[in-house]
Structures are given as C-alpha cells and as structure tokens.
Design a protein around this ligand. Sequence first.
Ligand code: ADP
Ligand code: ZN
Ligand code: ZN
Length: 815
Amino acid sequence: MIYFIDVILPIPLQKTFTYSVTEQEADFLDIGMRVAVSFGKKKLYAALVLDVHQKSPELYEAKEIHQILDESPIVNQKQLKHWQWLSSYYMCSLGEVYRAAVPSAFLLESETIVLKNEAFSNVDELTDEEYLIYEALQRQAQLTIYEVAEVLGKKKVFPVIDSLIKKSVLSVKEEIYESYKPKLVKYIQLIETYNHEAKLQELLTELSRAKKQREAVLTFFQLKNATKKPIKAKTLVEKAGVSTQILNALVSKDIFEFYHIQTDRVQFDDSKNDLKTLNEHQEVALKSIKEIFKEKDVILLHGVTSSGKTEVYTKLIQEVLNVGKQVLFLLPEIALTTQIITRLQNYFGKKIVVFHSKYSVNERVEAWNNILKNEAEGQIILGARSAIFLPFSNLGLIVVDEEHEASYKQFEPSPRYNARDSAIVLGKMHQAKILLGSATPSLETQFNATQNKFGLVSLNRRHGNIQLPKIELIDIKEKKRKKEMKGHFSDRLLQLMSEALEEKEQIILFQNRRGYAPILECTTCGHSPQCPNCDVSLTYHKYKGELKCHYCHYQRALPNSCGACGSNTLDTKGFGTEQVELELKELFPNHNIGRMDSDTTRGKYGYQKIIEAFESQEIDVLVGTQMLSKGLDFKNVSLVGILSADTMLNYPDFRAHERAYQLMVQVSGRAGRSKKQGMVAIQSYNPYHQILQQVSTNSYQEMYKEQLQDRWQFHYPPYYRLIKITLKHKDFVKVNEGINWLARALQNVFRENVLGPTEPSVSRVRNQYIKNLMIKIPPKQSLAKTKEQIQKIKTTFEAVKEFRPIRFIIDVDAY
Ligand code: ADP
Ligand code: ZN
Ligand code: ZN
C-alpha cells in the first residue's frame, strides 16, 4: 500500500503539498502533527499535516518526508478550521496563517539559528547525540541547523533540536526577551534588638540629644502601630519631617536597616483576592448580559470610561471557569495594559496565562502546550491579537476589551486580519459567547448592535457615581490673537494645571506627535530636510540633536544651516511631545514632568517604568501620545489636557472623525476616576467642529448617527465593504504601469466601485514606491465571488513577466 500526506508549508504559496509516507508512518501520523520535509533547493521545513490518504498527486512525484517531529498533534482540528476561514476570508495562504500562528520554535527550518541556554547544566539527562550538540555549543555560542547536521553527520536533525528545546538546552534565535526587573521600593525597619521595650527606652535616652534622630524613631513607632504594614523609607522621611541623611545616620549606627520589596510583589501577594461586589448598575448589566446570551452569541457592552467593565467581565469569567471551559481575553496591547492584567491575576492567580509575543520561545511553547491540553493552568488566556491562534479546544467565552482599538487589525505581514472579527468567528466555532466591551464602540460594532445582530448592554454610570469629566473647549486662535498663550499653553489650561497641582493632583497632557517638531524649515528658501528613503519630512528630536524619519528610522545630526541655500535661518513647524515636555519644565520647575511616547518607552519594560512612576506619584504631569488612551486607571488624575485637537480631525481617512472622537473620549476618560469629577481642557483652532462639540457633550449617539450618514452617502463601511490592493516596488515607472494595468482590469469587472489609483500620503517608504486601489463592495454583492474575481485578476497580473517583481498586497477590510 502507498500512503500520502497533504501538508501546509510555512510559506506564502496558496497550495498544500503532497509527500509520500510509509504505512507505519501513515498509521502513526495524525492531522496537526509536524513532519520535516525538503522543499525547493535543499530547503528543509517543518510542515503541518492536513490529511493522510492514498491518492497520489497527478502532476508531480511525491517526495518522501525526512522525519516525523511530533508524538501527538500540536494543532487541533478546530484551529485548522479557523485557519482555513482566515485564509479564505483574508485572501492569504494557509502557510502564512501557520507561520503567524505557531511559536517560532515550531517552525524550524534550515536557516534557523540555535543558541545555547547558559542556565542549563544537567548533562546527565542528554542522549549521546544531544550531548554532541551541547558540547558544540560550549565552543561556539550559536549554530545553524546546517552546522548541527554536520556535527551529527546526518540530515535529520529536527527531532534532536526539538528535544533540546524541550529540555531547555538551547533556544531558537530571535528577539531575545530581557527579563523584567520590577522596581524596588525601599523600606525601613528597626534592628531586631530594639524590639524589646527595655532596649528601646535605653535607645531613646541615648538619643535624647540627637533630637531629629529621636523624632525619626518615635515616628517610626507611631506608624508601626497605626498600620502594622511595612514602612517605606520615604513615608518615614515625610511623616517625621527629617531628611534622608538622618535615616542614613541611624542605619550606620545599626539602629535601623533598609530593605527592599518589589512593587508588584507587594500588590500581588499570592492569596487570591476575592472578586469585587458589583454595584447596582453593574449588577443590572450582568443580568441582562446573561439573559441576552441565551439567544445571542455576541453582545456589545457599551460602558462609559471607568464604569467598571472589567468587574463585569470577571463575573462572567468566573462562571465559565466553574463549568470547566476556557476563556480568551483579548487586549489591544499587552505592554500598555499591565494594570488590567494585574487586576485579573489578583482574582484568578495561576489560572491566567499571559500570551505575549515578547516572551521567550520556551515560555511560549509551554503556554501553547498548556492550552492545547486544556490544563487548569492556562484556563484563562490573556493576549493581544495573535492570541486568537492558540490551540483552544473548549472555549466558553471570549472577551474583546476596547473592541474599537485599531491595534486589533494586523496590517503587515499577512494574514492581515482583524482579531475582533476573527474572534467572533472562532467563538462561534466553539459555541462560545463573545463579549465586546468599549466606551466608544467602533461604528461597525454599534451598527451590528442596532441592527440586532449583536445584543447591546449599556453602563452609563461611572463606578461610585462619579460624574464624567467636565470638558472645556479652548479656542487657541482667539487666545493667540489676545496674546494669551505661553508656548503651546493657553492661560486657561495653565490656570487649571496650577489649581490641580496645588491640590496635589496629577495631570495628563496629550499631544499625538512625538519628537520636538515634525518639520524643520528654512525661513529663507522654504526648504525642509526630507528622508532620503521615504517621501516625508524628517522629524526634529531636540534632545538627541537629530533629525529622524518615523517611517524607516533613518537619522542624521541636526544641520547648522540650510542644505539648499546655506543660510542659518532654520525654524521648526508644528510641535511634538518633546517640545511640550521642555516647555513644561520651564513653566513648572518645581514639579516632576514625565513623558510617555515610543521614544521614552524603548526598553521592553519602558512602559511599566513610566506607569509605575506615575502611579506612585513620582511624576506630577505626564505628557504623551495616544498610548495614554488605552484603559489606564490612575486614581489621582484630576485634569486632562489635549494640546491640539486639530491634526486628528484633518487626517485624510474616512474614519478620521470616528477615531478622533474615540481618542479624545478615551484620553478624557483618564480624568476623575476615583475621587471627584475630573476636568478636561481641549485646545483647538476650531472648537466649533462637530466632533469636538460631540466630545464635549459626551454625545456618542449623535456622533454615531452623523458619521453613519456620511458612510452611507459616500459608500463606506459598515454599508460597503472595502478591499485594498497595494503595489510596491523600488522602480516608480514599474509600479505605475502595474497599477494602471490593474486598475483597468478591475474596472472592467467592478466599474465605478474601483477607487484610484491613488498615492498614500507618504508615497515612498524605504525606497519602495506605493500605489493603492480600493474596491468597494456594495451590500448585496457576493463577497466570496468578488474575492474570486480579484484572485483571478491577481493571477493574470502575476503571469505578466514585467510585473512579477512587484509586491502585490491584498488587504480585506482594510481599516
Ligand atoms: P472601565 O474598564 O469601565 O473603564 P474599570 O473596570 O477600570 O473601568 O473600573 C474603574 C475603577 O473603578 C477601577 O479602579 C475599579 O477597581 C473600580 N471599580 C469598578 N467597579 C467596582 C466595584 N464594583 N467595586 C469596587 N471598585 C470598583
Ligand atoms: Zn534655505
Ligand atoms: Zn524614511
């Protein structure tokens, strides 16, 4: 008998491939196991088995496989079904989905590089072959798969490498995860001997002439009796009214000693915290969610900022855990949502697995396996968009928090999927329930809710019945005319800031641009320095004295004079967070100013450091970009300032207004979350803009209706669907010819529903010229058929020899 397997290779080719196997291999193999196969010129891949059968391929002779890599499937059938949906809906190959879906350790190929793991020492557990590789890695820190094959004198080396990864002897080279060193807080305690009454009296007498030191000791006891908790050195300094030198003196006299505790340990003591009791509004919301879930699979929870959506989620999660099912909790960005993660970890402890693309290979493989085996450790999976690919077998609930967030959409590389939409499909495959949460739902989700496709539950009150922040619009055109601006601050904003700081409250300032200024311009000839690789002006970063491209990371030193006319009349246009920070330092020299944007959060844990510093109130005013809009929960922020609302509103995109509304409401939502009503000041040249009016009156419904009308009139989602085609190539003429050919071909079929060709606002990036076409699909036109036609045209396009080198990108639901 002859047996064959169909496999997926992790490459962007549409087809599956057939290999031959022996009868024994066929017996052993299951769908979802990996086999090592060669493909193309001597290239080895870890392929995934899709089918085992006896039909030999017609067009080619099937090659044999090299080796079976798994004892049991690493991917389950439900996943494969979901991958198939992704591949057909987003018009990409199954191989691309496979590559995106599994941890890179599963994708061994001939070019893979392995590194030694310094921590490993237990050589006794290694087989002879494994030992040979271990030894080779002592001489040379990394090896390619080819070198491993040489060491072992054979080709089939994936199983050995696989086993070495499992034994933590080596790891696959990629971005290395740097382990997080949480911030240490300095605590102080009395040396053991002085814990006896008599000794203490002695000490106080001894210190009778060192008044300050005596005061410190006495205050320490007062604090100790009042709280029973560890005492921070900082608190003692404040309460005793002494300097740190006094504490240091006491430490060197062996009276006190310092010790350190990690901040997160303090908050996260191992005992599980109980779930909070819901307030009456949350209780009502939870009840109706459960009621509606009896009939509907998807519900939108539209809850204003700080209404406590997380608490409602946790109750639902608890119920799903009780019946032994899995929960997937999607978040827009892991790094920025540590606060929610900590909250959930406090409730559910080890049941939670955080799936993070930045985790090490081994950690990811471990998480994958726990989920695959449906272990209790890992019943709740928290992750960003790529978590939809995990091997769930038994999902009961999917929560998509902040469902409107743009980061749920993957643009590059393929698959260009939307994780919210893919999660809904995934949930239905598992007969799970799906809860979408947001204070500012995306238009398409709200539309689905009003059309009764989704259920809708609202939470209109902040927890503690605190009112939503008061929003004030400030006309900066007027302020400029009256000379009431200091730099980029109006007198009104400065007044509000001084008041807040006076009350020891904290402030968040939002400016959606990083760097000092987006454009450097010569006032003599009008020239401004451009990126040599992209069609865009270089952004001025004053702190480093550099000009940088935000598209390709090109950078160069700031020139002294104009590159075109030589005069030294260089001036800046526009402003970014760096400039705001510098202005603030002059305006408020006695306060601590922090900045949160992608320049200050570079290290893997850059975010946490800033979030922690702001939480512990070491920073008084935090300036930042849209990072500040993502669900952060700071108790002491009473004022939010938006320095310039105008650029957001003028962005050339059909969603610009929707996005601007969401961003401003979310940033505003950071004010006044725990004590009293917060305050928001929005500066704009055009405060009468309808979006700003809607933000200031919290009129989501009005915004929704108005935007929806525009979408209807101009044929955009949610009425029409969009498929975007992008061509890229370094030769401008080639791209142009390609796009014109393509436009004609598409227009033949789709007529007026083809928009373009157009250039994006930055029409060359990394020396690649870019041209776009947009296909609009009317409500009644079949999506499947449309995609088929596009695919056909693509195939014809790629058959033209001159067009072959052009990159052809299809983006379904490109928004
Ligand atoms: P949202 O996600 O809706 O913006 P959160 O879930 O972050 O709101 O809740 C806002 C704040 O209110 C959090 O600090 C949370 O701990 C607190 N909170 C919400 N609901 C409750 C409750 N039922 N009991 C106690 N505290 C609550
Ligand atoms: Zn010039
Ligand atoms: Zn560039």
